[in-house]
Write a protein that binds this ligand. Structure first.
Ligand code: AMP
Length: 443
C-alpha cells in the first residue's frame, strides 16, 4: 500500500514524501480513506502508531477546497478543531499540521494555557482554518469571544481518554455547545472505557471503528525488572539505580509534588535532574525537554501527563518510581525505551501497597516481571522504629519522610540513616524546606 493509493492530494503526497515516509502505517491505511469519505471515526490507537498523520492528512484534504491566500480574516474562519489534553501534544499535532500542510495555503494555530493569551488573540484575529487546542485555554478564548467556532466542519479528539482522566469533561461539554451539529467528528483514544464509549455515543454519528494492534506487545528488546522496597526507601533505591546506570533516564512519578521533590533530591545528591509537570511554565517545560532530548540533561523526572507526547528516541532507561494506577500507562511509559531495536531497561520500584498494580501490569503483559533485590543494610531496619518514635511529622504517601534530615551524599544502597556530622550541622529543617521548594511546611 502506498500513500497515493489512499487518494491523497499531490500537495499532501509531496509533504509526506519530504518527510521520507514510504508507506502508510496500519492506522493511517485504515483511517485516511474513511475520513476522506466523510465518516465519523472512533479510533483505538496510541502514540507511536502514526495516528497524528492518520487524521491530519485527511483533515487537510477536507479543508483544501477552502485554502486561499486572501489577507482578509473573514476568508479564514476556523473550520477544523483538534482538541488534545496537554500542551506538548497540542504542539506536536500543530507541528504535524504545518509539516503535512506546507504546500497548502491553510493557516493553523496552537492554543494552550500557561503562556500569554495576547499573541494567541492576535493570531486568531488574523484568521486561521485549523485550531489545535487544550480545552481549558480554548474555553478562555470562547468566553472572551476571541474565537468563533460556528463554522467548524471537522472536529478531532486526540487522546480522549487522557482528556477525561484530566477532568476536561465539563470544559468539553461547554465547547460542544458552541459547535455546529452538522460536522465530521473523529475520536482517538488509547483505551475504550465506559466513559469513552458514552462520550463517543454522544458526539459521533454512526462512527466506523478502527483499531490497530495494541502496543501492550511491548518491544522484546526491553528488559523489565521489579525492585521491591519499602516506600520509605524508594528515594535511596532510586539514587542507587541511577548510580549503577550512568546514562540518561526518565523517571516516572505519580504526583506533581513528588516530581519536583525527587528532582531536587537527585540534584542534591549530585545527579543532574529536572522535573517536568503541569505546573511548570511553558518556557521551563520547553527548556527542560530540549535539554533532555539533546542529551545535555541526564535525568528527567516526569508525571504521566507531562510525559504524554514526548517523542524521545533511543532512551536506554525508564524507572517507575511509582507504578501507574492504569496498567496501560506502564506500557506507555516503558514504550519510551527499547525503540527501533535498541536495548532498553525498565525498572519499577514497588512497595507493598503497589502489589495489585503490579499484578494488573503483569496480566496485561502476559508474563511476570522478574524481581531484583536492593536490600537495605540490617542496621537501617533496626534503626527505623527508634527513629519513628521521635518523628514530629508524618510521611508523605510515597514514603518520603519529612522529618528525616536530608543526606547530601548517597553511600551504599539504601544508605544508613545514621546522621553524618555534616547532615546534623545542616539541620533537618533547611534540607526539608529545600525539598519542598520552600520553608513553610518545614516549620
Ligand atoms: P504518532 O503516533 O502520530 O505520534 O507518530 C509517531 C511517529 O511516527 C512520528 O515521529 C511520525 O513522524 C512518524 N510517522 C508517522 N507516519 C509515518 C509513516 N507512514 N512512516 C514512517 N514514520 C511515520
Amino acid at each position: 500500500m502506498t500513500f497515493s493509493e489512499l487518494g491523497l492530494l499531490p500537495e499532501l503526497l509531496s509533504a509526506v514524501n519530504d518527510l521520507g515516509y514510504t508507506e502508510p502505517t496500519p492506522i493511517q491505511a485504515q483511517a485516511i480513506p474513511r475520513i476522506l469519505a466523510g465518516k465519523d471515526l472512533l479510533g483505538a490507537a496510541q502514540t507511536g502508531t502514526g495516528k497524528t498523520a492518520g487524521f491530519t492528512l485527511p483533515l487537510l484534504q477536507r479543508l483544501a477546497p477552502h485554502a486561499n491566500t486572501s489577507a482578509s480574516p473573514a476568508r479564514h474562519p476556523v473550520r477544523a478543531l483538534v482538541l488534545a489534553p496537554t500542551r506538548e501534544l497540542v504542539l506536536q499535532v500543530y507541528e504535524s499540521v504545518r509539516q503535512y500542510g506546507k504546500y497548502l495555503p491553510l493557516r493553523a494555530a496552537a492554543i494552550y494555557g500557561g503562556v500569554d493569551i495576547k499573541p494567541q488573540i492576535e493570531e486568531l484575529r488574523r484568521g486561521v482554518e485549523i485550531v489545535v487546542a487544550t480545552p481549558g485555554r480554548l474555553l478562555d478564548h470562547l468566553e472572551q469571544k476571541t474565537i468563533q467556532l460556528n463554522q467548524v466542519e471537522f472536529l478531532v479528539f486526540d487522546e480522549a481518554d487522557r482528556m477525561l482522566d484530566m477532568g476536561f469533561m465539563p470544559d468539553i461539554r461547554r465547547i460542544m455547545e458552541r459547535l455546529p451539529r452538522e460536522r465530521q467528528t473523529v475520536l482517538f483514544s488509547a483505551t475504550f472505557s465506559p466513559e469513552i464509549k458514552k462520550l463517543a455515543q454522544q458526539l459521533l454519528h454512526e462512527p466506523e471503528t478502527i483499531e490497530v494492534a495494541r502496543r501492550n506487545t511491548v518491544s522484546e528488546t526491553i528488559t523489565h525488572r521489579v525492585v521491591r522496597c519499602e516506600a520509605a526507601h524508594k528515594r535511596d533505591a532510586l539514587v542507587e539505580l541511577l548510580q549503577r546506570h550512568p546514562g540518561q533516564a526518565l523517571v516516572f512519578v505519580d504526583t506533581k509534588i513528588a516530581c519536583g521533590r525527587l528532582a531536587s533530591l537527585l540534584q542534591r545528591r549530585g545527579i543532574q535532574a529536572e522535573a517536568i509537570h503541569g505546573d511548570k511554565s511553558q518556557q521551563q517545560r520547553f527548556e527542560v525537554l530540549d535539554a533532555f532530548k539533546n542529551g545535555t540533561l541526564r535525568v528527567l523526572v516526569a508525571t504521566d501527563v507531562a510525559a504524554r507526547g514526548l517523542d524521545i528516541e533511543e532512551l536506554p532507561f525508564v524507572i517507575n518510581y511509582a507504578l501507574p494506577p492504569n496498567p496501560e500507562d506502564y506500557v506507555h511509559r516503558v514504550g519510551r525505551t527499547g525503540r527501533a531495536g535498541h536495548e532498553g531497561l525498565a525498572i519499577s520500584l514497588v512497595d507493598a501497597s503497589e502489589e495489585e498494580r503490579l499484578q494488573a501490569i503483569e496480566k496485561l503483559l502476559g508474563r511476570p516481571i522478574p524481581a531484583e533485590t536492593l536490600e537495605p543494610p540490617p542496621r537501617e531496619r533496626r534503626a527505623e522504629p527508634a527513629r519513628r518514635r521521635t518523628e514530629r511529622s508524618g510521611r508523605a504517601p510515597d514514603g518520603f519522610d519529612f522529618s528525616r534530615p536530608y543526606e547530601p551524599k548517597a553511600g551504599a544502597v539504601l544508605a544508613t540513616t545514621k546522621q553524618q556530622p555534616e547532615a546534623r550541622r545542616a539541620g533537618s529543617k533547611k534540607a526539608v524546606a529545600v525539598l519542598l521548594g520552600g520553608s513553610g511546611r518545614a516549620q
